[in-house]
Write a protein of this length. Structure first.
Length: 306
C-alpha cells in the first residue's frame, strides 16, 4: 500500500503494519503519522494480520515473510509494471490471492500470467493527493523545462539538452543521479514551463496543475492533453503500450514532434486536465477501492471479484 493510501486507511480505522527492509525517509514519514513499520518478521507475526497487501513478491525477504505467514491469511497482490522481475504476480494455488494492477496493460499481463479472467483483476490506478494550488493560464516565458526520470542516461541527457536548445529551451534533469533526486516537487514546481516524465511522476506533477509530456530514456511520447487524458490514464501514463505514439531520440522528425507537443500543451486547458486527473487518479477514490477490496476478501470465504 502506498503511504498516502495508508494514512487515509488508518484514519478510517484500518490497523496497519508496514514490513520493509528499507528503513529510511519513507518509513520515518510513516511512523510520524502513527503507522507502525518493521523489518522484523517476528513483529509481523505478533501483529497477526488478517490480510496482506503485497508488493514485490519476488523480493527474497518479502517472499520469506509470506512463506512464514499462515496460509489462511488472504493476499492482495498489486502489480505496478510489466517488465521488472519484482513486479511479477505472486503465484500460490494453496492461498487465497486477489490481484490488482495500475494500468489496463498490466491487468492484461497479470491475467495472462495467472490464468485469471481480466474482469477478475482490479484496475487500481496510481493517484495524486489533492494539492492546494491556484490553477493559472499556461505560461511559457521561462524558457525552461525539466526531465524527471531515473532512466535517462547521461548519453541521452546530453542529446536531449541539445535538442531542446534548438528551441531555445534550457533543460534540467532530476532523478537520474543521487545528487539530483527530488524529495518534494513543490520545491521546483514553479521553476519550469513544463515537465517530461512518465507514470506516477506525471500524475504527481499534473496534480500541481502543471503541463506534462511523456518521456522515458530515449523515447518521446505525446503531450498529455484533454483529448488523450483518459486513454493515457488507463495506461498509467506509461510508454510501454504499442498503441501510444512514440518517437526515438535519434529518429528523423523528433524536433517536429517536440514542437508539436509544445504547441498542444500551450493551448491545453489546465483546469480540465486537473478535473479529469482527480476523477480518474484520485487518492480518495483509490483508498475507497482498496478498503472495499480488503473488506470483500476478509468477509467472503469464496472470493468473487467484480
Amino acid at each position: 500500500m502506498a503511504l498516502p493510501n495508508g494514512i487515509r486507511a488508518k484514519k478510517r480505522g484500518v490497523k496497519l503494519l508496514i514490513y520493509t527492509k528499507i528503513i529510511g525517509a519513507m518509513s520515518e514519514r510513516a511512523t510520524s503519522t502513527g503507522i507502525a513499520v518493521t523489518s522484523n518478521i517476528s513483529e509481523v507475526l505478533k501483529f497477526k494480520p488478517n490480510l496482506v497487501h503485497l508488493h514485490h513478491a519476488s523480493n527474497k525477504d518479502i517472499f520469506k515473510l509470506i512463506q512464514t505467514l499462515d496460509k489462511r491469511i488472504p493476499i492482495f497482490n498489486l502489480i505496478h509494471g510489466l517488465v521488472p522481475v519484482l513486479c511479477q504476480p505472486f503465484l500460490d494455488e494453496s492461498r487465497k490471492v486477489a490481484y490488482g494492477a495500475v494500468s489496463k496493460l498490466a491487468v492484461e499481463s497479470t491475467s495472462f500470467i495467472t490464468g485469471i479472467s481480466v474482469n477478475k483483476i482490479y484496475l487500481l490506478k496510481n493517484f495524486s493527493p489533492p494539492q492546494n494550488i491556484a490553477l493559472t493560464e499556461n505560461s511559457f516565458d521561462r524558457g525552461r523545462a525539466a526531465i524527471i526520470s531515473s532512466k535517462v542516461k547521461m548519453s541521452y541527457a546530453n542529446k536531449w539538452s541539445k535538442l531542446f536548445k534548438e528551441l531555445s529551451i534550457d533543460l534540467d534533469f532530476y532523478g537520474n543521479e543521487s545528487s539530483n533526486m527530488v524529495l518534494d516537487y513543490s520545491d521546483i514546481i514553479n521553476q519550469y514551463d513544463f515537465f517530461l516524465c512518465t507514470g506516477k511522476t506525471a500524475i504527481d506533477l499534473m496534480g500541481f496543475g502543471k503541463q506534462v509530456m511523456l518521456l522515458e530514456e530515449n523515447l518521446l511520447g505525446p503531450a498529455v492533453v484533454s483529448g488523450n487524458f483518459q486513454f493515457l490514464s488507463d495506461m498509467n501514463f506509461s510508454l510501454v503500450n504499442p498503441l501510444i505514439d512514440v518517437i526515438e531520440l535519434d529518429e528523423m522528425g523528433i524536433l517536429e514532434k517536440l514542437k508539436s507537443n509544445i504547441s498542444r500543451i500551450k493551448i491545453n486547458n489546465v483546469e480540465e486536465n486537473n478535473l479529469t486527473l482527480f476523477r480518474e487518479n484520485s487518492l480518495e477514490l483509490a483508498t475507497d477501492h482498496l478498503i472495499s477490496i480488503y473488506t470483500s476478501m476478509i468477509e467472503s470465504p469464496n472470493l468473487e471479484i467484480n
